[in-house]
Design a protein around this ligand. Structure first.
Ligand code: PLP
Length: 284
């Protein structure tokens, strides 16, 4: 495997950043994960737009023009011979003596890109089964709209899920409303067939998959309601599911040990999953 690190393509095993990288010391950086399908990136434009937004929000300068970054992403995919899988991109505020204040503005941001293959059949098998999730208090900071590498609450929540025999954790705010998953957006389907997911402006990451799934839903003539929902409402929902670049739409069949609907993956999540790549942008 090959990784891109600050201008060089290097063997993955030797791909390192400096100990005084601000990503390492302060989680002072942002990232994107983009699906690769048939050797091409899915929704690259949207991921790049969100990257630029994340960089702007924390005032890291854009390390290179987007066209050049696109070349690096594609080259990393190509050199790793990834047909189906994911490409990961991380940009940090760079290497400087440890000090909380921003470093000298001349300090170049650090860029790392990796790509790896993933067997689509594995994801399909998980989706066919459906996943169990747990709920945990949302103890994150207020700026979860920024895709930062500061993911400790997410790491702890997902590990707690695994310890409980589940795959994902849904964060719950002080009012008992679900915000989102540790690495996914959260959705339910109501008794009358409406899709419900929390508004993107209210304490969640605006998932690219979430955005695209709204379009998929429209094509399928499903109604979508962007509003908060409680754990209680989710427990009584007809279906629940999660979305992300790595999960597309994956059905949730158990929440905190209780079955959702008939305890099997539902038709709405399945239809969204099956139609996702007809709507997602795949640049060739
Ligand atoms: N919410 C969180 C906290 C995430 O980390 C992610 C993806 O990693 C998502 C939602 C889903 O975003 P996307 O659909 O862009 O992958």
């Amino acid at each position: 495997r090959i990784a891109y690190v600050n201008g060089l393509y290097v063997p993955h095993a030797e791909a390192v950043v400096h100990v005084e990288d601000r990503g390492y010391q302060f989680a002072d950086g942002v990232y994107e994960v983009c699906e690769v399908r048939g050797g091409h990136m899915v929704d690259e434009r949207r991921h790049m737009e969100r990257l630029v937004r994340s960089l702007n929000e924390i005032r890291i300068r854009q390390p290179m023009p987007l066209a050049a970054l696109g070349v690096v992403l594609r080259e990393t995919v190509r050199r790793n011979r990834v047909r189906n899988g994911f490409v990961y991109l991380q940009v940090t505020r760079g290497v400087a003596r440890r000090d909380h204040y921003f470093p000298d503005p001349e300090t170049p941001p650090s860029i790392v890109v990796t790509a790896r293959a993933a067997d689509p059949a594995k994801g399909e098998a998980v989706a066919a089964q459906g996943i169990a999730i747990i709920t945990v208090p949302d103890n994150r900071w207020e700026r979860v709209d920024i895709k930062t590498v500061g993911l400790l609450p997410n790491v702890l929540a997902k590990e707690a899920a695994r310890q409980a025999g589940a795959r994902e954790a849904w964060f719950v705010d002080r009012d008992g409303n679900v915000t989102e998953g540790g690495s996914t957006n959260a959705w339910i389907v109501t008794g009358d067939g409406k899709l419900v997911t929390r508004p993107a402006e209210s304490g969640i990451l605006r998932g690219i998959t979430r955005t695209v799934m709204m379009e998929v839903a429209e094509k399928l003539q499903l109604r979508v309601e962007e509003r908060a929902f409680t754990v209680k409402e989710a427990l009584g929902a007809r279906e629940a599911f999660v979305t992300s670049a790595t999960n597309f739409a994956t059905p949730v069949v158990r929440i905190d040990g209780q079955s959702i609907g008939d305890g099997k993956p539902g038709p709405v999540a399945r239809a969204l999953r099956e139609n996702f790549h007809k709507v997602a942008e795949i640049a060739r």
